[in-house]
Design a protein around this ligand. Sequence first.
Ligand SMILES: *[C@@H]1O[C@H](CO)[C@@H](O)[C@H](O)[C@H]1NC(C)=O
Ligand SMILES: *[C@@H]1O[C@H](CO)[C@@H](O)[C@H](O)[C@H]1NC(C)=O
Ligand SMILES: *[C@@H]1O[C@H](CO)[C@@H](O)[C@H](O)[C@H]1NC(C)=O
Ligand SMILES: *[C@@H]1O[C@H](CO)[C@@H](O)[C@H](O)[C@H]1NC(C)=O
Length: 595
Amino acid sequence: MSITRILPVRHSLLLLLLYIGCFQTSYARSFYSDNSIQKRNNLEDETPACQIYCYGPLLHTVQMAQLYQDSKTFVDMKLKLTPEQTYSEFEAFMTSKNHTPTTDEIREFVNNHFDDLGKEFVPWIPDDWTDHPAFIDDINDPDLKQWGMDLNGIWKDLGRKMIEDVHMNPHFYSIIPVNHPVIVPGGRFIEFYYWDSYWIIRGLLYSEMTHTAKGMLQNFMSIIERFGFIPNGGRIYYAGRSQPPLLAAMIDSYVDFTNDKHFGIDALDILEREFEYWMNNHTVQAKGYNICAYSNSAPGPRPESYREDVETSKVFPTEEEKEAHYNELKAAAESGMDFSSRWFINDQGGITGNLTNLKTRSIVPVELNAILYWNAKIIAKFHKQAGNESKSDEYEKKAAYILQAIEAVHWNEEAGVWLDYDLINNKPRNHFVPTNLSPLWTRAYDSNLADKISTAVLKYIETMELDKYPGGVPNTLYRTGEQWDYPNVWPPMQYVLVEGLDNLGTEGAKNISAKWGHRWLTSNFEAYRESRAMFEKYDAERFGGHGGGGEYDVQKGFGWSNGIIIEFLKKYGKEISLSNKGNDGGNQPKSDEIF
Ligand SMILES: *[C@@H]1O[C@H](CO)[C@@H](O)[C@H](O)[C@H]1NC(C)=O
Ligand SMILES: *[C@@H]1O[C@H](CO)[C@@H](O)[C@H](O)[C@H]1NC(C)=O
Ligand SMILES: *[C@@H]1O[C@H](CO)[C@@H](O)[C@H](O)[C@H]1NC(C)=O
Ligand SMILES: *[C@@H]1O[C@H](CO)[C@@H](O)[C@H](O)[C@H]1NC(C)=O
């Protein structure tokens, strides 16, 4: 079987000349060895501030000086002068310091040329916020009801509106200007993120904030119009990487809640454009199918974690290998699971290792293809609603092809579940990740086979002992210290499991879905009761425990956590009670009063 990857176009002579023309100092030329010169994507090409925030000697010098505890701080700071002025003053500064400035001198340069971070946004109370959305009335337990009220209130803390200056002087900021206010995740994440917004928007819709949700969708659509894809988050330095493509599903949710079918139909051009971007720019071949994997098209270390990436790249002797490593890091960031042993392939083809073993681009991920199937189905549906049968058929055919590819590449009869596929060793990766069940969530399976799939999947859950964790199903079963590994439990993945098993529709699948849904609600409530906070991630080993590990401190807020709990309160609020409170988890026998 031949496996070839279709990589973004590498450098052409013309681009090389253009590029060298941009960086004329000898410093720049020596910093960029030839093999790091490649075609940049259109976001970077069209954005002058990228020479400050995305790549280049200024970014390198400042980030390597480690002025801030979190590398993301610098790239979120506002410029005092234009990017061009800043850049030329930086060159003069470097020359005057003989290209070896001290840390204090770099700090002084930054203080003179940058303002504090967070200047682009002001807090914003959503205009459609109400204090008593209807989902509250579906909750019986008084403590849970109050919690629902509190969570609804947190939307007001997470609302952000861009100041006028961002639109007038966009080049002074790393933020991508958008017209409508947004709900941000919280903590260090002070801008919008792509896949987070799926669960945030569903939460907003349950909170009856359809206008806010619509504005966020319009922002995303305008970003696709401008750049051809949605970057990982709302900053220019996320150029070259997206995140799991959930815009179509967000719009589908919006249309479901509002019955505004025109909104979906009007979005068709943009949704098709995003779909094409994924199908053209992320394609690999496996078992004779064109199928998608996460990738990246912007060279260099992640700007927001620059020094960290340079550090892990040190074990690689050549520039080419370092660049490959940066690509793997950014592709993992594109998956949203940064970082995880899920993306490790060591020299023996095994999963143990560290970040230097990242091979994200060579692993075909189940959920990406399941989500792309969903995209094709949604686009087909909107075309049908628009009365365009031929376009609808075209997208049904695309969906059917992806479904076939998922069955051939991902479905694993022995494991009884879908598995990621390793393109280096041509073999399935038989390791647990919640995404192994993600086709259930996006309905990327043949519904005629629901009984057979249900038997297989329930057996898999039993074999892997996925029900034994009091704090929810962990992201992997390996403890590596990375944040998307054991024992961390991630809200979107609990959602994928609970909704997927519910969709499957068999009694056994529905039972385990409800059990995990209840456990997620009560465990999150326990954490909230103790700390009055919602967390980005939680702890499988402790009922009510929250997560840690990875590159940064655990974040509070938190957009997707709140959105998912609001949806689960709506879903289970009538049947769940805390009077029989606390730990339903682990292998303890089920109590009839809870279930
Ligand atoms: C996708 O790939 C094509 C062909 O390589 C390239 O021209 C285009 O700029 C890429 N799109 C984006 C948004 O990066
Ligand atoms: C990662 O593993 C490689 C190879 O085993 C080793 O050389 C390197 O020091 C490790 N890096 C870290 C950060 O642990
Ligand atoms: C369906 O869409 C295609 C492509 O946009 C267009 O050429 C065709 O006229 C449309 N057909 C109908 C019935 O609207
Ligand atoms: C599902 O749960 C119900 C209620 O607890 C129980 O009666 C039934 O036997 C369960 N079914 C399966 C297939 O586990």
